[in-house]
Design a protein around this ligand. Sequence first.
Ligand code: FEO
Length: 167
Amino acid sequence: MVSKKVENALNTQVAKEAMSSQIYLAMASWAEVQVLEGVAAFLYRHSEEERMHALKLMKYINERGGHAVVPALAKPPKDMKGIMDVFKSILQQEVEVTGEINSIVDLCLKEKDYTTHNFLQWYVAEQIEEERLARTMLDKLNLIGGDKGGLYLFDRDLLGGAARAHA
Ligand code: FEO
């Protein structure tokens, strides 16, 4: 059984993961309109994964005697400043999520909820990977600079799933 405090924290995290999914979906749509097909495919996948992160939390809350809440979501920005800006925002979003997961892990220790602490280790590991992926993308874009041919290859690589967002 989860305590009310832990249940509330997990439900807040459900909303954060769902919002990440929403933001990445808007980015995917933007990339598709820019004919960056690989980037769009990557972002659609990433959006799906965030939805899965939210669902995994919801199922856990309900399994542990709580009640998972479906959150209201804000409308994300429609237009992006550019590809670099998209990946900078992703990294920032993921760093924030890591901080939020760590706060819940901390709360679990305070509440002596070792079951939820154990459950959250999956998210701790996932965040290391998500941040690494966003940093790698940014590093590649920095290398490319303003080179259009480089951007074409970057996009084509993503279409092939070479830098797959992972489940
Ligand atoms: Fe579910 Fe990208 O954090």
